[in-house]
Design a protein. Structure first.
Length: 149
């Protein structure tokens, strides 16, 4: 039997958020946080809009999820994000105690994996979900940005 609410399904929802960021001129990263197969938070990068270097999609999603739940811990939640979290976002995930992180494209320069950032010991990680789609959107964004300048 096909599970309609799988990693691909939710990554597509995060990708939709990345497309919204793209349309706003933001680096196209999107995130959703899921609890019991229900999206409780949706977010995308807002660093340009808010003029705030901390306004990454993950940070926006953590805040929205905590507000939804009425508490700071996301122990039973899953973060779906189109790009591997940076050190800051991975650190925030540590403090939120999120159960799982699922990401699309890897970020070899600024991602938490190569930087050796510690996640919460109970946090599980899955990578490469819709990796090609997520990578292509980012590449398209930066190509278009370079051509405008």
């Amino acid at each position: 039997m096909i599970q309609p609410f799988d990693d691909i399904y939710f990554m597509k929802k995060a990708y939709q958020e990345a497309e919204i960021a793209f349309d706003k001129g933001e680096i196209p990263v999107g995130a959703v946080i899921v609890l019991n197969n229900q999206i409780i938070a949706r977010a995308h990068n807002l660093t340009e809009t808010l003029n705030d270097v901390t306004a990454h999609a993950e940070m926006q999603a953590f805040t929205a999820a905590a507000n939804f739940l009425g508490g700071k811990y996301l122990k039973d939640c899953i973060l779906y994000v189109t790009l591997e979290p940076c050190q800051m976002c991975a650190g925030a995930s540590y403090w939120s105690q999120i159960a799982r992180i699922v990401y699309g494209a890897s970020e070899p320069k600024r991602g938490f994996v190569n930087l050796g950032t510690q996640l919460h010991p109970k946090t599980k990680v899955t990578s490469g979900i819709l990796e090609n789609d997520c990578s292509l959107l980012l590449k398209r964004f930066f190509i278009e940005k370079r051509n405008l300048n």
